[in-house]
Design a protein around this ligand. Structure first.
Ligand SMILES: [Zn+2]
Ligand SMILES: [Zn+2]
Length: 594
């Protein structure tokens, strides 16, 4: 980036104050401010400590006197200070007019865009009129403002309320949106608070809130490149060949850190996959929370994400030609990587191998741009399939498939049989479809607490839905009887594994019934033993799936027989979505897409 943006903001007060204050904020808050990334924080700290512009603070006036022609563009950062100082500072106004007249990139973020007011000949009077509540007079003072009619954005009124009033307990004299509108700006803000929003109009680039930092940086750098002709000479993608984004957990109980790490090497029998999408699973939340530690205390750092799909990027030297992989192939990652030699592996159940490894539960995972995968655990897929739809099929969409196959193979499905699907979250939405596809005419009933989730089950063709909220087992049994003519269930697939729901499920299980559990919400269950024995019931644990299961699921997907409820999110929204999932607020599956 040119020296311009940094130097032009080195005004006496706002940035200097910001810097001084920032250095007194605790490290953890600072890390939060740079995307939970320790390495970003280290870079920011080094920048503050060593960048000459950060250490030789000059006034805007001094910068003007040295001459603005050498600067390619200007950037005004956010922070509360610009709202008061920069919007009426004549030197700021002179700088903005310089960049406007020469059509040089002018970017302002968050509270920063209010500074464009300073380009008015009567900025102080305009501000005083606004504080007095006299909008008509303010409009008069704004006459001749050269940003009139420009599309722009700024911290919205509702965001302002959250930050200024609720957090900082400040008194607001006027809203910045209203001020820019009174001046003649065409202000566009998002209806959802803190959604990123960047508006570009001619040379002016404005960003609404702190979350607009990445998009505004991209647009500003592109504009600077155009202005200086630097794009062609810029090295392609900095260190893109050697480094990648990855969401890595460094400590149990703490959110993963979004950081840049080296692209991994591959072993001769591996393939490097360029990840295109990765689903987010409840297990990711549990991994962070330490749920699995008593079974496997995986050392950190752990790259999260195990529902992985992408493109073959590089093929190891001993990957057999007959495997038929070529660079550019679309693939899904079968998740249970066995040793290939034990009896479970030899019958195809590598996912229950005693030496199994799981992507997303060790150094490599799907919330990263690249992952090395043993070639035998990659399955080539139809290029017409959407990455965001097939990613969850490697777990959410495969686990219930294997569970339903167990019920089918045990003879628990077929005409005149009633099968219950418990829990309609990420897995249950698929389970109801497989219960219909493999059920051989069985009646399928979905049980859940959340009505939005039951509505998804209904849409996917389930025969009946029963909400269990606030109902006793007897109530539920009566409701089942009314719906199906039978008060108990011949087969159950439990996609939640929540203790209370399991107690309900077992109380509804018929004589000779089969119960398959694929959910792990709870940790222990307490159920009466006698009915299990006297009714000759069978409990099946069913864990994820093997290559064959995944190949069959992919075939169903290629035949367009699986429907999906997908919420796509970006890499930088991973932590936010971990929280949403923890709170049970995701309907269907949330999938990160690069
Ligand atoms: Zn999972
Ligand atoms: Zn094995």
């Amino acid at each position: 980036m040119s020296a311009g943006p940094r130097q032009a903001c080195n005004d006496r007060s706002p940035r200097a104050l910001f810097t001084a204050t920032a250095l007194h904020i605790t490290e953890s808050i600072m890390i939060d401010h740079v995307g939970f990334s320790v390495s970003n924080y280290a870079r920011a700290k080094a920048f503050f400590a060593h960048d000459p512009a950060m250490n030789q603070v000059r006034t805007l006036r001094a910068v003007i006197e040295e001459g603005l022609d050498k600067y390619a563009g200007v950037f005004v950062p956010g922070g509360q200070a610009p709202a008061v100082d920069l919007m009426q500072d004549p030197d700021m106004g002179a700088i903005l007019r310089h960049f406007h007249e020469r059509a040089k990139p002018t970017a302002l973020l968050c509270h920063g865009p209010i500074a464009v007011v300073s380009a008015m000949p009567h900025a102080r009077e305009f501000r005083s009129a606004l504080i007095a509540g006299d909008v008509a007079t303010a409009k008069n003072w704004a006459e001749g403002w050269h940003y009139a009619g420009y599309k722009m954005t700024v911290f919205s009124n509702t965001e302002e309320k959250v930050v200024e009033e609720q957090i900082l307990h400040a008194k607001l004299y006027f809203n910045m949106v209203d001020a820019l509108q009174a001046a003649g700006g065409e202000v566009i803000t998002t209806t959802i608070d803190f959604e990123p929003n960047v508006i570009v109009d001619r040379e002016l680039i404005t960003g609404q809130n702190p979350r607009s930092d990445h998009p505004i940086a991209a647009k500003f750098v592109a504009a600077l490149d155009r202005a200086t002709g630097a794009a062609s000479s810029r090295a392609i993608g900095r260190d893109k060949e050697t480094h990648m984004k990855a969401a890595r957990m460094h400590e149990y109980g703490k959110p993963p850190v979004l950081e840049e790490v080296p692209v991994p090497d591959i072993q001769p029998d591996e393939i490097l996959v360029n990840v295109k999408a990765c689903g987010m699973c409840r297990s990711d939340v549990q991994l962070v929370d330490g749920y699995f530690r008593k079974y496997a205390d995986i050392p950190t750092p752990i790259t999260l994400g195990h529902e992985i799909t992408g493109i073959v990027h590089k093929i190891g030297g001993v990957v057999p030609k007959v495997a038929g992989f070529q660079e550019g192939d679309h693939v899904v990652v079968a998740p249970g990587w066995g040793d290939g030699v034990c009896r479970h592996c030899l019958v195809g159940n590598s996912h229950i191998c005693p030496n199994v490894r799981w992507p997303g539960f060790g150094p490599y995972g799907g919330f990263a741009e690249f992952i090395p995968v043993p070639a035998r655990y990659l399955i080539k897929v139809d290029k017409g399939l959407k990455f965001e739809q097939i990613a969850p099929l490697t777990d959410a969409g495969m686990t219930p498939y294997r569970g339903i196959k167990k019920l089918r193979d045990a003879g628990a499905l077929g005409p005149n049989r009633i099968v219950g699907v418990f829990g309609i979250g990420g897995l249950g939405g698929y389970a109801v479809q497989y219960a219909k596809l493999l059920g051989g005419g069985a009646t399928v009933v979905a049980f859940a607490r959340n009505s939005a989730k039951l509505a998804v089950a209904k849409e996917y063709g389930v025969d009946h839905i029963i909400s269990i909220t606030g109902k006793s087992p007897t109530d539920v049994s009566n409701e089942l009887s009314t719906a199906t003519g039978q008060g108990d269930l011949d087969a159950i697939i439990d996609c939640a594994g929540a203790p209370e729901m399991m107690q309900l499920g077992f109380s509804l299980l018929a004589t000779s019934g089969h119960y398959v559990n694929v959910g792990l919400v709870g940790d222990r269950i307490d159920i009466p033993l006698f009915p299990r024995v006297s009714r000759e019931q069978t409990f099946h644990g069913s864990y994820w799936g093997n290559n064959t299961d995944l190949t069959e699921v992919m075939a169903l997907a290629a035949e367009d027989k699986i429907r999906h409820t997908i919420k796509i999110f970006r890499f930088d929204q991973i932590n936010e979505h971990i929280e949403l999932l923890r709170a049970g607020e995701i309907v269907g599956r949330a999938v990160m897409k690069f």
